[in-house]
Design a protein around this ligand. Structure first.
Ligand code: HEC
Length: 150
């Protein structure tokens, strides 16, 4: 085999490899380029959770301002929903591999635990004392803990 022929074959192999890589789709490429314990959180996945957070927070704020009977239940329900959302985000992170604690969202990795603590604390305070809107007011700050560097 002369050099020219060898070159042609080598080029052919590289082209074929690239073709297979592009055919296998982005998900697989990601799997190749990131460590095993890494979980990819899609932008729309994160954003839709965030929009539900916003909705819940709005309902909580409205209820807290109104201070009429039944509002405590509304606040409690919304807090439960937010806790569920946060937990599901947490579960997604831990899906692939046992100790998956790294995602493409550094902020989520760093702050999700704290956020869950804040939510549970607010729920506990509201259950003990319905007039305690202090914890509710603090929730906005809990969002900001994750958002301040964006
Ligand atoms: C654990 C971290 C974290 C917490 C806590 C958090 N967020 Fe977010 N939020 C993010 C990240 C990361 C993004 C950006 C997603 C992206 O890259 O598009 C985001 C984006 C958003 C967006 C923009 C969504 C869009 O479609 O562009 C809204 C609205 C939002 N958050 C609301 C909230 C509210 C309200 C709270 C508190 C109840 C909250 N977030 C708490 C991490 C967090």
């Amino acid at each position: 085999m002369n050099n020219k022929k060898r070159e042609t074959i080598a080029t052919g192999i590289v082209v074929f490899a690239l073709l297979m890589l592009s055919l296998s789709g982005c998900a697989d490429v990601r799997r190749l380029t990131y460590p095993k314990h890494f979980t990819w959180l899609g932008k729309s996945e994160v954003n839709s959770v965030m929009h539900r957070f916003s909705d819940s927070l709005w309902r909580i704020d409205t209820a807290a301002k109104r201070k009429s009977p039944g509002d405590r239940e509304i606040i409690n329900l919304e807090l439960s929903k937010m806790i569920e959302e946060a937990l599901s985000l947490m579960a997604t992170r831990q899906n692939e591999g046992s100790e998956s604690i790294v995602t493409n969202h550094l902020l989520i990795d760093e702050h999700l635990d704290d956020f869950l603590v804040d939510l549970n604390q607010a729920k506990m305070l509201i259950e003990n004392d319905p007039n305690n809107t202090y914890a509710i007011g603090n929730l906005t700050g809990s969002c900001a803990a994750c958002h301040q560097f964006r």
